[in-house]
Write a protein that binds this ligand. Structure first.
Ligand code: CU
Length: 108
């Protein structure tokens, strides 16, 4: 009796793992030493970028690119801020506080 139950659970788990391969994913972009790491990311529509601030001061990501305008406000050191891209295109993300920080996001 126990053996079939374990097998069924295993099959269900495999199906769940397979399904998640097609789900939207999260991609981490670091903010470190006044740079985005990496400086260019390619994602799918519906994917979320998770910005981590690994500096000792605040950053403020924003984008004025048509179709993906946003301003995430001041992000404190040590925090994670997610943003989901809902439209395809190429978008530029900048920091209001540090104009040299640039991230290119290609959404397909
Ligand atoms: Cu900054």
């Amino acid at each position: 009796m126990a053996k079939p139950r374990v097998w069924v659970l295993g099959a269900a788990w495999s199906a769940l793992v397979a399904a998640s391969a097609f789900a939207a994913s999260e991609v981490v972009v670091q903010q470190k030493d006044l740079s985005f790491i990496p400086t260019k990311v390619q994602i799918q529509v519906g994917d979320t970028l998770v910005f981590t601030n690994e500096d000792n001061y605040g950053h403020n990501m924003h984008s004025t690119s048509a179709g993906s305008e946003f301003d995430l406000g001041r992000q404190a050191p040590g925090t994670r801020v997610p943003y989901t891209f809902r439209r395809a295109g190429t978008f530029e993300v900048l920091c209001r506080i540090h104009p040299k920080m640039r991230l290119e996001v290609v959404v397909r």
